[in-house]
Design a protein around this ligand. Structure first.
Ligand code: 4F9
Length: 230
């Protein structure tokens, strides 16, 4: 999987991808992450990437030419998708992450501080994805979230111990509670069922807990799970 990220701060992308599991996925050749700076595609001597909005108003607007030229410089392979990270997009979830694993290339457009000139959307026609109803100072963190969430689903990224099949959402429920040593801390004991080695009972206990906490913490997911399980 190739990730190509257009960002005014490419080091933010490169830096995150040089730690932990994502670093290992890069080294193993499972993913490639390229960050490209639209500022390098400006044509004026001040390397200007933004300007004041036509019609007036606060803030600046990212200029169409540097973004479009940077985008068009990327070598696109056939099975590729282009995504703009923006609060206007469809809210990201586990289903969309799974869907994105089917591509061989994901090109991402990150803004910073300000909005995109609308013609960037008109020309590039990206799929727009949001992390939720809030605003950040830039699209870099959401782009990194997407790289991270997609990469961990790809074969070979997670080892057996970190496996994704028991994660929250993989069965439509959130995860059951986890415990490790010690058996007791400040009077709080690890549930006995987890200590008895009976895997059938353990699985039943965990499923029950998953159902219980989904019902309480995420009634929206619980309703969907109920509908899908009859
Ligand atoms: C993108 C916020 C995706 C939430 C991009 C400023 C953003 C965002 N989800 N905020 N630029």
């Amino acid at each position: 999987m190739i990730f190509d990220v257009l960002s005014l701060f490419p080091e933010m992308i490169e830096n995150y991808c040089s730690y932990s599991i994502i670093k290992r996925a890069v080294q193993a050749g499972i993913i490639t992450v390229n960050a490209l700076n639209p500022r390098d595609f400006t044509l004026d001597k001040h390397k200007k990437v933004d300007d004041t909005p036509y019609g007036g108003g606060a803030g600046m607007v990212l200029m169409v030419q540097p973004y479009v030229d940077a985008y068009e410089s990327i070598k696109r392979i056939e099975n590729s998708v282009t995504i703009m990270l923006s609060p206007q997009g469809e809210p990201l979830n586990d289903n969309i992450v799974n869907e994105l694993t089917q591509y061989e290339q994901i090109v991402m457009l990150c803004g910073h501080y300000e909005g995109f000139d609308e013609r960037i959307r008109e020309i590039i026609k990206p799929r727009e994805i949001s992390l939720g109803d809030f605003v950040l100072t830039g699209g870099e963190l959401p782009a990194l979230c997407l790289i991270d969430a997609v990469s961990r689903k790809l074969d070979g990224t997670l080892g057996k111990i970190e496996s994704a099949d028991e994660d929250s959402f993989s069965n439509g429920l959130i995860e059951y509670p986890h415990y490790t040593k010690p058996r007791e801390f400040r009077g709080l004991r690890v549930p006995d069922v987890l200590l008895n080695g009976n895997h059938k009972e353990i699985n039943e206990f965990r499923l029950q807990k998953s159902i219980e906490r989904t019902k309480i913490k995420r009634p929206d997911l619980y309703k969907k799970w109920l509908k899908n399980s009859d």
